[in-house]
Design a protein around this ligand. Structure first.
Ligand code: PMP
Length: 453
């Protein structure tokens, strides 16, 4: 691998940026207002630019590089598969696809034993919703405010954050409800148990007024990620499972971000002892080395499509290079105890350090999380819990978070920042030394946020 100092070449970086600006149209961006950082290389928990700056990646890119960058076993598996068979249509039986499906089925909870592969998370959500609608013969889908499910048609409509707004008009059949989140409770609850009971009662009322016979599915992120890493109270997911069973509603858990080690378990659902009917995954299944996602399907829903065709497919469903990288990733995670590492680092290093940091910084209102999946909720005032920046702030209104992010970067830390939150989501392979290095940089950078309290 090229080291950061060996690759320091500002002129090459400038050329990469100029080429990008000429023809690349970027996600979620006003094209004329962005300044993408040219990247020269990456390894493990780090990536670096052409100016010789190395960043400790506390965002895991988009919370997907669970095994870090350039894992040698995964790189080798992709190379070997490329030499053997680069592509084949989804209708054929191929060793590497079957093995990827077997390994996913083995790790997912309960009887989620049939795997439909997609190219990413949004397509997984689209297909899970379609399966639920066809299985039940019903149309409506309930999803939570404070959620993210992807940027394709149904997935963005299901999403409960402002990125939904410009695409909201096609949201026929999508109903939003409030999930549990004690720190900013929609139910004026005072403790986790109240929050849980009231959130379940609210969901039941929503179902009663929408008409249970019209509802195909409830979709939830097991631990909502992008919206703030809100670990649900004990009993909530089991309560939703029971409600779904009572009304014949399909329960979809979206584990695109929370799955494959992120929470210190293979799936976040494992912490809560709940098995959904459909489970969507992507990101950590192969750390994003080749685009891959999918839906793990229960025996009952799979049976719906046993004698009747499933009306959905993708040219690259179960792509050999993606499946080879997934097999190598899942095997490496088991061999190298990567899920266990995520659990241990979270419990013994990151969690305690974040609580200690929160006690010293007036801008840190709450610490939430598990494994390598943590959020700091930044506030103007710890008493009132007023967010450090207004909801969906941009431009000047977002200056405090922009200053905080800049302080992280000048300290060699690449943060994940969304609204008034920063998330601590390093690779599941992060070492104790790396975690401590990043936490020290975070601690420093928070003084920039404190200045706005
Ligand atoms: N669901 C969840 C929970 C996610 O976090 C994401 C991506 N952040 C998606 C779905 C969409 O995945 P993708 O970007 O791969 O389409």
């Amino acid at each position: 691998t090229t080291t950061p100092s060996a690759s320091a070449d500002p002129a090459a970086g400038a050329a990469v940026k100029a080429a990008d600006r000429a023809h690349v149209f970027h996600s979620w961006s006003a094209q004329g207002l962005i300044d993408p950082l040219p990247i020269a290389g990456a390894e493990g928990s780090y990536f670096w630019d052409y100016d010789g700056n190395r960043y400790l990646d506390f965002s895991s890119q988009l919370v997907n590089t669970n095994i870090g960058h350039q894992h040698p076993k995964v790189v080798a598996a992709i190379q070997e598969q490329a030499a053997k068979l680069c592509t084949i249509a989804p209708g054929f039986a191929v060793d590497v696809r079957s093995e990827a499906a077997r390994l996913v089925a083995e790790r997912t909870p309960g009887d989620l034993d049939k795997i439909f592969f997609t190219n990413g998370g949004a397509e997984a959500v689209e297909n899970a919703v379609r399966m639920a609608r066809l299985h039940t013969g019903r149309a409506k889908v309930l999803s939570a405010y404070r959620s993210y499910h992807g940027a394709t048609a149904t997935a963005i409509n299901l999403t409960g954050d402002p990125r939904r707004w410009p695409s909201d008009t096609a949201s026929a059949g999508v109903i939003h409800f409030w999930g549990p989140f004690l720190y900013r409770s929609a139910f004026h609850a005072e403790n986790e148990q109240q929050e849980c009971e009231r959130a379940l009662a609210h969901l039941e009322q929503t179902i009663a007024f929408e008409g249970p016979q019209s509802i195909a599915a409830i979709i939830l992120e097991t631990v909502p990620g992008t919206a703030g890493i809100m670990v649900p109270p004990a009993g909530y997911l089991a309560g939703v499972r029971e409600i779904c069973d009572r009304f014949g509603i399909v329960f979809i858990l979206d584990e695109v971000m929370a799955g494959f080690g992120r929470t210190g378990a293979w799936f976040a659902a494992d912490h809560f002892g709940v098995t959904p009917d459909l489970l969507t995954f992507a990101k950590g299944v192969n750390s994003g080395y080749v685009p891959l996602g999918g839906v793990a399907i229960s025996a009952e829903i799979a049976a719906t499509f046993d004698q009747r065709p499933y009306p959905g497919g993708l040219t690259y469903s179960g792509h050999p290079l993606a499946c080879a990288s997934a097999v190598a990733t899942m095997n490496a995670m088991a061999e190298e105890r990567i899920v266990e590492n995520a659990a241990e680092i979270g419990e013994t290093v990151i969690g305690p350090a974040l609580h200690e940091i929160a006690a010293r910084h007036p801008s840190v209102g709450e610490v939430r999380g598990m494994g390598v999946f943590w959020a700091l909720d930044l506030v103007k005032n710890k008493e009132t819990r007023e967010p450090l920046v207004p909801y969906n702030a941009s431009g000047a209104a977002n200056a405090p978070m922009a200053e905080f992010a800049a302080a992280c970067k000048s300290g060699g830390l690449w943060p994940f920042v969304n609204m008034n939150r920063t998330h601590v989501v390093p690779a599941c392979t992060v070492t104790e030394a790396e975690a401590k290095e990043g936490l020290a940089a975070l601690d420093q950078a928070l003084t920039a946020a404190d200045a706005h309290t």
